[in-house]
Design a protein. Structure first.
Length: 598
């Protein structure tokens, strides 16, 4: 095989998906319907759409699998000359891992914590390549580890998963996927939790391996900024149906479906401060989709024709759209005109941190950090994983361990442990965690979760508490009826709004947001960002911890860059992102896909 596999226009499809349908078990409701696309050797196809659109359902079907509660009810998935959906169980066992590989989202859950890294790789070879000699096995393992950027030495293979960073764990999953040189690789959101530098490295590894080995890849993602420069073609999914497909550069330049245009309008841009527009409304659940165009209830150009299912229309070579009213022309997004930062004008900061240090055992995580947060400002705290961002944020909240330094709130010294602070001080600083499904009590209704916080911090009776809960839900754009629902009955975006409401209900002065949008769809992310910006305009101070520098451009007034536990650069958001001075900041911005002037 050549060192670099070239995708030619005449390449025969490696994979053909035709009329794929997956339904809920025992119900006349399709999760995905009439799915069709092709994939050529060496090509990377992106499958994008909001949560609940059916992306992971399609990804699983490519391996002949349907999750619990679902069943594949129609269509064909043909890999080379094999129809995966009609294959016997024994053929599927031989197929998975050898000809079709899967890279899941969470390496921490996918890797066996009791097995060393070498044992994970050996297990794959034991099952699928028992005829290889010991020398051939070592040669194959060393080669694939070098391909994914991991140390190929025996000492590294003796490590357990918990001894690796998140990026290294994800590279191990890539090594497992490409170890047997499969024909097809299915990647399901593999970079969601990674920092910008590690994400760029992992994506480059995927691109390199697919080209080099001639493997086709389906890359499932809700993050359009990830797929923009990675994939060759995009398939846009909405409510279980393909609504648009095109070459990546074509789709980003001239999206035709109103839904695709809505997704792009919600996407932040590191180069300019854009007004992010969320797609209004919510996608219907499979059982409530009804007839006609599934997007019509959220579409601004809908007509009576949309009561019928839209036809597939060719818009040009390789560009198709399922819409009665395809939109032509490039997408115009409002750019906010911002002048130089106003500065603090000598005002005393709301919160000051001086000489903050922290250790995990013998490892120094923070080293003499000084930070000021001014009232009404949004300060973004950025840096790669392990730079100390969350440690600093938790120390400000009073949740740190082995932390030293001074913290002043309105000039008054506060304890660095929450237990040393009084109720009034704890009320003023609130924390929103990254994963709302883990942060909200699953056995309590939303009203009870919020009410408990309100009664703890505010002197309210039962009637006042109910009114306070309703008012706070309204502030985060949730209906009053949400109070009677459990967290599991809400979407991810709605859960995050509840988490924000829980922090807001005690009327804090400072809100610490720790990666709160990293797992959200781009449209939901836009809605959350606009919500936070509105709260900021009302006087709330924000500390926004994130890996996403494009999002920083949209929300932050100031940026603080952490590296190895120390602040290496800080300043107004626009000038810092446009003209960074420190080499580390420049590397972060370059990894985000923006050229940095030398």
């Amino acid at each position: 095989m050549p060192a670099e596999f070239a995708i030619g226009p005449a390449s025969a499809p490696l994979l053909r998906v035709e009329g794929l349908r997956v339904s809920l078990t025992g119900a006349r409701a399709d999760i995905v319907s009439d799915i069709g696309f092709t994939l050529r050797p060496g090509e990377i196809v992106g499958l994008v759409g909001e949560s609940g659109s059916g992306k992971s359902t399609i990804a699983a079907a490519l391996l002949g699998h349907a999750r619990k509660g679902a069943v594949i009810t129609g269509g064909r998935v043909i890999l080379d000359d094999l129809d995966i959906l009609s294959a016997e169980a024994s053929a599927l066992r031989d197929l998975r891992g050898a000809r079709v590989a899967h890279v899941p989202q969470d390496p921490g859950a996918a890797l066996n914590p009791m097995l060393r890294i070498g044992a994970h790789l050996d297990e794959v070879l034991d099952v699928h390549a028992p005829g290889m000699t010991p020398d051939q096995r070592v040669e194959r393992v060393v080669a694939v580890m070098a391909d994914v950027g991991l140390p190929p030495d025996p000492a590294f293979r003796q490590r357990f998963p918990h001894q690796l960073s998140g990026g290294q764990q994800q590279r191990v999953l890539l090594a497992l996927a490409f170890l047997l040189r499969p024909r097809l690789v299915v990647l399901d959101e593999p970079t969601t939790a990674l920092d910008v530098v590690t994400k760029a490295q992992v994506l480059e590894t995927v691109r390199h391996l697919c080209r080099r080995q001639g493997a086709g890849a389906l890359y499932v993602s809700h993050d359009l900024s990830v797929v923009r420069d990675l994939v060759d073609r995009l398939v846009v999914l909405y409510a279980g149906r393909v609504v648009e497909t095109a070459a990546s550069h074509t789709l980003f330049a001239e999206p035709r479906h109103p839904y695709t245009r809505g997704l792009l309008a919600a996407m932040p841009d590191i180069a300019v401060r854009r007004h992010l527009l969320a797609v209004p409304g919510h996608a219907a659940a499979p059982a409530a989709r009804g007839e006609g165009c599934p997007f019509r209830s959220r579409c601004a150009v809908t007509t009576d024709r949309c009561l019928d299912l839209p036809p597939w229309q060719e818009q040009g070579r390789g560009h198709g759209v399922a819409c009665h009213h395809p939109v032509s022309g490039s997408l115009a997004v409002a750019v906010e005109q911002t002048g130089p930062a106003a500065g603090t004008g000598g005002r005393e900061p709301l919160l000051s941190v001086r000489g903050a240090t922290a250790r995990y055992g013998k490892q120094v995580v923070l080293s003499g950090v000084d930070l000021d947060l001014h009232a009404g400002e949004c300060t973004a705290l950025v840096g790669a994983s392990g730079s100390g961002k969350t440690t600093l944020a938790r120390a400000i909240m009073g949740l740190g361990e082995d932390v030293a330094g001074t913290l002043l709130l309105d000039g008054v010294a506060q304890g660095l442990r929450e237990g040393l602070r009084g109720t009034a001080q704890r009320r003023r600083i609130q924390y929103i965690f990254q994963n709302p499904s883990r942060a909200l009590n699953p056995r309590q209704k939303v009203g009870d979760i919020l009410g408990a916080v309100a009664r703890h911090f505010l002197p309210l009776d039962r009637g006042q508490t109910a009114a306070c809960v309703a008012a706070t839900l309204a502030k985060v754009a949730l209906p009053a009826s949400a109070a009677d629902r459990f967290p599991a009955e809400l979407s991810g975006g709605e859960q995050q709004r509840v988490a924000i409401a829980r922090a807001l209900i005690c009327e804090p002065d400072l809100l610490i947001c720790d990666e709160i949008t990293s797992a959200l769809d781009v449209s939901v992310q836009a809605a959350i960002v606009e919500l936070l910006r509105g709260l900021q305009q009302e006087g709330l101070t924000l500390l926004f911890v994130t890996h996403d520098l494009a999002l920083v451009r949209s929300i932050a007034d100031r940026v603080v860059v952490l590296n190895a536990g120390a602040i290496v650069e800080q300043g107004a958001a626009g000038p810092l992102l446009d003209c960074p001075h420190h080499p580390y900041t420049r590397s972060l911005i370059a990894a985000s896909g923006r050229a940095v002037a030398s």
